[in-house]
Each structure stands twice: as C-alpha cells, then as structure tokens.
Ligand binder design. Structure first.
Ligand code: HEM
Ligand code: HEM
Length: 145
C-alpha cells in the first residue's frame, strides 16, 4: 500500500506540472490574442485543476501512511529541515497551491463569454500556485535516480 501510493504520488507530480503548464500556456496565448474567454478555454483550465485535485487526494492519504508524514510529526523533528519539509511545509504549501488553482478556475468559470478576464484569472492564480509547488517539492528525492 505504502510503496504503491508513494509511486503514484511521484508520477502524478509530473501530471500536475504538465497540467498546470498546459492551462497556463493556453491562458497566456488567449490573453495575448485578446480573445473572448469561451467554454472551450474553461475546459483547458481543467487540465491543471483536475491533476491538482487528484494529487491532493492521494497526497492526503499518503500523509497518513508514509513514515515521513504525520507519524514523523514531533517537536524535535521540527528542527530537522528535511523532516519538517515532509511533515509540514510540503503538505501545507501544496494545499494552499491547490486552493489558489481552484479559486483561479472558479473565477474563470464565472467569466465565460465575458471578455478576457477568464484568461487572466487562470494565468495569475495558476502561475502563483505553480511557483509555490516548485518551491516546496521535495527536490532531495524527486524525480529520483
Ligand atoms: C500539488 C500537490 C502535490 C504535489 C505536486 C506533490 C509532489 C510530491 C513529490 C514530487 C514528492 C516526492 C516523491 C518522491 O520522493 O518520489 C512528494 C512526496 C510526499 N508528499 Fe506530496 N505533493 C503534493 C501534495 C501533497 C499533499 C497535499 C500531501 C499531504 C497532505 C503530500 C504528502 C507527501 C508526503 C507525505 C510525501 C513523502 C512520501 C514518502 O516518500 O514517504 N503531498 N510529493
Ligand atoms: C480533497 C478532495 C477535493 C476537494 C476538497 C475538491 C474541491 C473542489 C471545489 C471547491 C471545486 C469547485 C470549483 C468551482 O467553483 O467550480 C472543485 C471542482 C472540481 N473538482 Fe475537485 N475537489 C476534490 C477532489 C477532486 C478529485 C479527486 C477530482 C477528480 C479527479 C476533482 C475534480 C474536479 C473537477 C473536474 C472540478 C470542476 C467542476 C466544474 O467544472 O465546475 N476534484 N473541486
């Protein structure tokens, strides 16, 4: 169970980065073309949203199964930067990033057929989320060797 989840979470991370890049790229192209934000453009925003939501669900499960997750949470481990990353900083930052992606998508959804605002919402929120994700991915172990 643990190894399977660990691998799944590790592979899904590629999908999250790819999904966010596709959604961000599409939004920037739409924005630069000064086009109307349509339902098709909303669907391009789903790449980043679905991949991120899926990863959060498996990340949460992994957090209770992994020896690096909640079971490693203790005062002394707070002083260890790698322990702290896995038990606190990574989960917290990823949840914040997922909330930003969801807010960006929800705002865009309400702007379908209404100017370029949907592109802006996806571009801004997804880019900030992507930066937060990149800052707190455990690069010590990923993508591995
Ligand atoms: C956008 C969301 C997320 C991304 C892109 C992501 C990405 C990653 C990556 C790349 C690793 C390293 C995997 C490896 O060493 O092969 C990892 C490990 C881990 N993540 Fe996430 N993660 C996300 C969300 C979460 C959430 C929400 C939680 C917990 C609530 C979580 C808990 C963990 C844990 C406990 C590990 C260590 C697993 C182990 O090796 O035992 N992740 N994550
Ligand atoms: C921790 C679990 C989850 C939470 C808290 C969550 C939360 C949310 C929220 C608040 C929205 C609303 C966005 C809007 O305003 O339209 C949303 C939308 C969505 N979520 Fe999740 N989600 C979760 C898991 C998942 C999973 C596992 C999937 C599928 C892989 C998923 C797929 C979607 C999709 C496709 C939408 C967009 C629906 C639409 O077009 O309105 N979510 N989610």
């Amino acid at each position: 169970m643990y190894t399977g989840l660990q691998h799944l979470h590790s592979y899904l991370a590629y999908l999250v980065l790819l999904g966010l890049l596709i959604s961000i790229g599409a939004a920037l192209v739409g924005l630069s073309g000064n086009r109307l934000f349509t339902d098709k453009d909303r669907k391009l925003g789903l790449f980043g949203l679905i991949a991120t939501h899926l990863q959060i669900v498996f990340g949460l499960i992994l957090y209770f199964v992994s020896p690096l997750g909640v079971s490693n949470f203790s005062g002394p481990n707070m002083k260890d930067s790698v322990s702290r990353l896995y038990m606190l900083e990574h989960p917290l930052m990823m949840v914040i990033a997922a909330i930003l992606v969801t807010v960006g998508y929800s705002r865009a959804k309400r702007m379908v057929g209404n100017g370029t605002g949907g592109f802006k919402s996806i571009a801004i929120f997804y880019i900030i989320a992507l930066v937060l994700i990149l800052v707190r991915i455990p690069w010590v172990s990923w993508p591995g060797n």
